[in-house]
Design a protein around this ligand. Structure first.
Ligand SMILES: NC(=O)c1ccc[n+]([C@@H]2O[C@H](COP(=O)([O-])OP(=O)(O)OC[C@H]3O[C@@H](n4cnc5c(N)ncnc54)[C@H](O)[C@@H]3O)[C@@H](O)[C@H]2O)c1
Ligand SMILES: *[C@@H]1O[C@H](CO)[C@@H](O)[C@H](O)[C@H]1NC(C)=O
Ligand SMILES: *[C@@H]1O[C@H](CO)[C@@H](O)[C@H](O)[C@H]1NC(C)=O
Ligand SMILES: *[C@@H]1O[C@H](CO)[C@@H](O)[C@H](O)[C@H]1NC(C)=O
Ligand SMILES: *[C@@H]1O[C@H](CO)[C@@H](O)[C@H](O)[C@H]1NC(C)=O
Length: 723
C-alpha cells in the first residue's frame, strides 16, 4: 500500500512549496516523515530557496500521525526507531529553528501531528472552516510533536489544556481569534498569500515568530500552577482510570517551569511511555474496530453497492418507532410513520417533536432547522405512501400474528426492492417472515433505547437474508450516524446475550451476601456508566425479568435464577419509574441507597440458600469484577464460537456502544485477551466447582487457555454457510 510521499516545488519568487501527499487525510506515516526531512534538507540547502510554504495535497493539511503505524509501533513494543521521526529534530531544528522561514497553509484539517507541524512554522494561514485540534488523548497518547509546549505558548494555558483534554478541534475562525492562526484566507488564495507572507518574513516586513520561544500568552508561574492543579483535579474526577491525561499535564508543566526545550524532552519521554500502554493499545484497537464493523467477509466484498435510500416507512410510532423516525429525519431521510388510529399516530408524532424540541431547548437546533427537519415526517393510517419506500422498519408490540400480518401486507404494498426490517427482540425472525415469499428481503433492526441517542445498531441476518439487503442496511445505519454491526439471529442477539450473565452474576453475588451498593460502586469504578443494580432500576424490572426469561428458556444449562426481582415486584418496586427499585429516587431522579432493601435481600438470600453457613462471602474488588465479567467473557466466547458476530472486534464495538463497556479497555474480547484466557478459565473453573454450570468455561475459552491462542482469533472464513 502507498503510504504517502512529500513533494517540493520551487517557485520563481524563491518560495519552496512542500506538499504532503497521503490521501485521504494526509496522515503522517513513516514515509511522509522521511519525505518531509528530505525535502526540508533540500529546501534549506538550495540557494534559490528563500522561504518555505508547508501544505497538504487536496483539500486537507494533515489528519495527524498515521494511526496504522502507531499499531506497528505498539506491536514492536516501543522498539521501533520510526518513532524518532516525530521527534524534536525535524520540527525544532529543521522547521522552527531554520534561518529560512516556513508558513503553514492550512485547509480542511490540521489535527494531531498535523497541527504540531504547523505550529513549528513561523506563521499559519488557514482557509475558512478548517478544523484545528490535538485529539491525541482520545487514542491514549499525548501530543508527541511539541503540541504540549507550543499550543499553550500560542493561545494560553486554559484553552490549550481544554483542547488537549477534550480532544475537540476548533474552527479556523476561532483559531484566528485565539492567535493560533495569523489570518483567514479564501481557499483559492491560500497558497499565493502564504508565499507572499513567507517572503515578507524573509524581508522582515512581517515578524518571524518562533512558537517555542513565545511567552506573552503564558500565565505567570503561580497562576499557571493553579490552572494545572485544577485541571488535574477535574481529570482525576472525570477519568479516574486513565493516567495519560495527567501525564500530558506533567509535560505541559515541565515546559512552563523549565522552558520549552525541557518540556519537549519530557513530552517525548511521556509520549513513548503512553504509546505502549494498554489503554493506548485498546483505544487504537477501538479506532480501527469501529471503522471495520461495516466490512464483512462474504457480504461487503462482493462488489455490491447500497441502493438509493430516500424514504423510510416505519410501522408503529411507539417509543422505538418514534426514536428511529427521529434519527432518520435528523439525517435528511424522509419518513412515513404508520399507526393504527389517529390518536396513536398523533402521540407518535408528538414524541418525535419532543425529541427534536429537547435539542432546540438545549440551544442545539434552530427553530428554522426544527421546522425543516419535522417537514420530513409524515403520518399515515394506510399503506398508500408505501408504494415507493426503500426500507420499512416494523416496530410494533411483540405479538407474532400481528407481525406476520404486517409482513404479508408489506410484501404486497412495498416495491420489490424494498428492505423489510423488524425490530423484534423476543420473537424469532424466522417466524416473523414465515408467511411471506420474499424471505431474502427480511432482516432484523435492533436499536438500543432511546433509538435517536444510542449509537449501536444491530442488523440481524437470518439464513435467508441476502447480502444486498445487509449492504443496504449497513448504509442506512451509517446514514443515520449509527455504528451498524451485523449479527446472527439468536436470543438476545450479540450484546444483550453476551451481557445476560452480567445481571445474573450480580444477583448471585447479592444472594451470596455482598452489598449491592458496593457492587455498583466497584463496577462503576471499573468504568461502566453505572453498576448493574442501578442499570436494572433504569431499565425497569418488568423489562429485566422479561429478558431474563428469554435466557432462562434459551440457555437453561447456564442461568442463575434469583428471587430478588420477583420479591421486589410483589411490592410494586419496579425500578426508577416507580421511584423505588434497588435505590429510592427523589423528584429530581437522584438515586439514594434504601435501608429497606435489606428485608428483600434477606428473604432472597434465605430462599436462594447459596450463602455458605449463612455468612456473606468475602471478596476483594478485583474478585468482584472477575465474578461479574468473566461469565460475560465466557458468553462472548460462545457468541464467537457460534459465529453470531463475524469477527471479535465487532463484539468489542458492540459491547462499548451497546453496554457502555469502557473504550479504554478495548471492548469485552480485547480486555479478556489482555488478561489472558488462562487466568480467566482457571478462575471460572474454581467458581464452577463451587457454584455450578453458570461459570463453566466453554470450549473456545478452554482451547485458548490451553494453547495460549488469543480469544479474538476466532475469525470467520465462511460466515454465510454457518448462519
Ligand atoms: N493523529 C491523531 O492524534 C488523531 C487522533 C484522532 C483523530 N484524528 C483525526 O481526526 C480526523 C477525524 O476523525 P474521524 O474519526 O471523524 O475521521 P473519519 O472516520 O472520517 O476518517 C476518515 C478516513 O481516514 C482514515 N484515517 C483517518 N485518520 C487517519 C490516520 N491518522 N491514519 C490513517 N488513517 C486515517 C479513517 O480510517 C477513515 O477511513 C481524522 O482525519 C483523523 O486523522 C487524529
Ligand atoms: C449539540 O450537538 C452536537 C453535534 O450534534 C453535539 O456534539 C453536542 O454535544 C450537542 N450539545 C448539547 C448541549 O447537546
Ligand atoms: C416554524 O413553524 C411554525 C409553525 O408552522 C411557525 O409559526 C414559525 O414561524 C416557524 N419558524 C421559523 C423560524 O421558520
Ligand atoms: C436488550 O436489553 C434492553 C434493556 O436491557 C431491552 O430493552 C431490549 O428489549 C433488549 N433487546 C433484546 C434483543 O433482548
Ligand atoms: C420494538 O418496538 C416496540 C414498540 O416501540 C418496543 O416495545 C420494543 O421494545 C422494540 N423492540 C426492540 C428489540 O427494539
Amino acid at each position: 500500500m502507498d503510504k504517502g510521499h512529500v513533494e517540493l516545488e520551487v517557485c520563481p519568487d524563491g518560495v519552496a512549496i512542500i506538499t504532503i501527499h497521503n490521501p485521504p487525510v494526509n496522515s503522517l506515516s513513516v514515509p511522509v516523515f522521511l519525505g518531509l526531512r528530505k525535502k526540508y534538507e533540500e529546501a534549506l540547502k538550495r540557494d534559490d530557496v528563500k522561504a518555505i510554504v508547508l501544505t497538504g495535497a487536496g483539500d486537507k493539511f494533515s489528519g495527524g500521525f498515521d494511526i496504522t503505524s502507531m499499531q506497528g509501533f505498539q506491536k514492536a513494543n516501543g522498539d521501533d526507531s520510526s518513532i524518532s521521526f516525530v521527534s524534536v529534530d525535524l520540527q525544532t531544528n529543521m522547521v522552527e529553528g531554520s534561518r529560512k522561514p516556513s508558513v503553514a497553509a492550512i485547509q480542511g484539517l490540521a489535527l494531531g501531528g498535523g497541527l504540531e507541524l504547523a505550529m513549528c512554522c513561523h506563521a499559519r494561514l488557514a482557509a475558512p472552516k478548517a478544523q484545528l485540534g490535538l485529539p491525541e488523548l482520545q487514542l491514549g497518547v499525548i501530543p508527541g510533536g511539541g503540541g504540549t509546549q507550543r499550543l499553550p505558548r500560542l493561545i494560553g494555558l486554559p484553552k490549550a489544556i481544554e483542547m488537549m483534554l477534550t480532544s475537540k478541534p476548533i474552527s479556523s475562525e476561532e483559531a484566528r481569534e485565539l492567535g493560533l492562526v495569523d489570518a483567514i484566507v479564501p481557499a483559492k488564495d491560500l497558497i499565493s498569500t502564504a508565499r507572499r507572507w513567507a517572503l515578507e518574513i524573509t524581508n522582515s516586513q512581517k515578524p518571524k515568530i518562533v512558537s517555542l520561544h513565545k511567552t506573552d500568552k503564558l500565565e505567570a508561574l503561580g497562576e499557571a500552577r493553579e490552572i494545572l492543579r485544577f485541571a488535574r483535579q477535574q481529570t482525576m474526577k472525570r477519568a479516574p482510570n486513565l493516567f495519560h491525561p495527567l501525564k500530558c499535564l506533567d509535560a505541559v508543566e515541565v515546559g512552563i517551569v523549565s522552558g520549552g526545550l525541557a518540556g519537549l524532552y519530557k513530552e517525548s519521554e511521556v509520549f513513548r511511555e503512553c504509546m505502549t500502554s494498554d489503554n493506548a493499545k485498546a483505544l487504537v484497537h477501538v479506532f480501527f474496530a469501529q471503522r471495520a464493523t461495516g466490512r464483512i467477509k462474504g457480504i461487503t466484498d462482493l462488489g455490491l453497492k447500497p441502493r438509493p435510500l430516500k424514504k423510510v416507512g416505519i410501522i408503529g410510532g411507539g417509543l422505538m418507532g418514534s426514536g428511529i423516525a427521529t434519527a432518520c429525519i435528523l439525517n435528511g431521510i424522509q419518513v412515513f410513520i404508520k399507526e393504527i388510529n389517529s390518536d396513536f399516530l398523533q402521540a407518535g408524532i408528538d414524541r418525535v417533536k419532543a425529541n427534536l424540541m429537547s435539542r432546540v431547548k438545549k440551544g442545539n437546533m434552530s427553530e428554522e432547522k426544527f421546522n425543516r427537519t419535522l417537514a420530513l415526517l409524515r403520518g399515515t393510517l394506510d399503506y398508500n405512501d408505501f408504494k415507493d419506500v426503500d426500507i420499512v422498519v416494523e416496530a410494533v408490540i411483540e405479538k407474532l400474528p400481528l407481525k406476520q400480518q404486517i409482513f404479508s401486507d408489506l410484501e404486497k404494498v412495498c416495491p420489490s426492492r424494498c428492505v423489510l426490517a423488524s425490530n423484534t427482540s423476543t420473537i424469532d425472525l424466522n417466524l416473523v417472515s414465515e408467511k411471506i415469499n420474499a424471505k431474502s428481503r427480511v432482516a432484523g433492526a435492533h436499536f438500543f433505547s432511546p433509538a435517536h441517542i444510542m449509537p449501536l445498531f444491530e442488523i440481524i441476518r437470518t439464513s435467508t437474508t441476502e447480502p444486498q439487503v445487509l449492504v443496504d442496511l449497513l448504509d442506512f445505519g451509517k446514514r443515520i450516524k449509527k455504528v451498524p454491526v451485523v449479527v446472527g439471529n439468536c436470543p438476545g442477539f450479540a450484546v444483550n446475550r453476551t451481557f445476560f450473565p452480567y445481571t445474573q452474576a450480580s444477583l448471585l453475588l447479592a444472594d451470596l451476601g455482598l452489598d449491592v451498593y458496593r457492587i455498583d460502586r466497584i463496577i462503576a469504578g471499573f468504568g461502566m456508566p453505572m453498576g448493574p443494580f442501578r442499570l436494572a432500576d433504569l431499565v425497569g424490572f418488568e423489562v429485566g425479568v422479561a429478558s431474563g426469561m428469554t435466557y432462562i428458556e434459551a440457555y437453561p444449562d447456564r442461568v442463575y435464577k434469583s428471587k430478588l426481582f420477583p420479591l421486589l415486584m410483589e411490592e410494586k418496586r419496579l425500578g426508577e419509574k416507580t421511584r423505588k427499585g434497588f435505590y429510592i429516587y427523589d423528584e429530581r431522579r437522584k438515586a439514594k441507597p434504601d435501608p429497606e432493601l435489606r428485608k428483600y435481600l434477606d428473604k432472597s438470600r434465605s430462599l436462594a440458600g447459596v450463602m455458605p453457613n449463612s455468612k456473606p462471602i468475602q471478596l476483594s474488588d478485583e474478585q468482584v469484577v472477575e465474578f461479574i465479567f468473566f461469565p460475560v467473557v465466557n458468553e462472548a466466547c460462545r457468541v464467537l464460537e457460534e459465529r453470531v458476530v463475524s469477527k471479535a472486534s465487532d463484539l468489542d464495538i458492540a459491547s462499548i456502544m451497546g453496554m457502555g463497556f469502557p473504550a479504554y479497555r478495548g471492548g469485552i474480547v480485547f480486555w479478556a485477551d489482555l488478561i489472558g484466557a488462562k487466568h480467566i478459565a482457571s478462575r471460572l473453573n474454581q467458581l464452577y466447582k463451587t457454584y455450578g454450570n453458570f461459570f463453566k468455561p466453554c470450549a473456545w475459552l478452554e482451547h485458548c487457555a490451553a494453547t495460549g491462542q488469543p480469544l479474538s482469533t476466532k475469525v470467520d472464513n465462511n460466515v454465510m454457510s454457518r448462519l
